[in-house]
Design a protein around this ligand. Structure first.
Ligand SMILES: [Zn+2]
Length: 179
């Protein structure tokens, strides 16, 4: 298995690149996105993720391992999983949240789409956003085999390690404000 850079221009509302300016969102996206499978990355002939990137390297090791297993099997089905957003700094999450408050007009409404730094599983390295949509579909069907679960009904791209491999995922929350 090997890795390559892949730019996935996902408009992941509330979960993704809702930063203040387009320029910033784009450069951040480029730095963060890693695909799994595809062409070999020069730096890591046997690896799937470039853990040298903080967005990947700061993920919980068990989550990363589960993702690698899932990615290998997805690849067999011709589906490439890409991490569109992994670990985020508190400052980055705060910015996403502040932007959402501006967009949606209130903290109450914003929390349905973006968590605060205190509640976001991205900040602790316990969540990933996956794309493209066919990868989300694949992971929604097969993720539980690896312990990976969609957590929020309104975020098909957001996955966490929420059960044991082969276990049953917890019932989805309507949105992230219910956490
Ligand atoms: Zn997310």
């Amino acid at each position: 298995m090997s890795a390559t850079l892949l730019v996935v221009a996902l408009v992941a509302l509330g979960c993704g690149n809702g930063t203040g300016s387009d320029t910033q969102a784009t450069s951040e996206g480029l730095a963060q996105v890693r695909s799994i499978g595809g062409q070999p990355a020069p730096s890591e002939p046997g690896g799937i993720f470039d853990v040298g990137q903080p967005t990947i390297g700061n993920l919980d090791p068990d989550l990363l391992e589960a993702l690698e297993s899932a990615a290998r099997d997805a690849r067999e089905d011709g589906v490439t999983l890409a991490v569109t957003s992994g670990w985020r700094s508190r400052a980055h999450q705060q910015q996403l949240y502040d932007d959402a408050v501006s967009t949606y007009g209130s903290e109450e409404e914003a929390r349905r789409y973006v968590s605060t730094p205190d509640t976001s599983a991205h900040v602790t390295g316990d969540a990933v956003d996956i794309g493209p949509t066919e990868a989300d579909d694949w992971l929604n069907r097969h993720g539980a085999a690896y312990g990976l679960c969609q957590m929020f009904a309104n975020e098909i791209w957001h996955f966490e390690l929420a059960t044991s491999p082969g276990g049953e995922c917890p019932e989805m929350l309507p949105d992230s404000s219910y956490r």
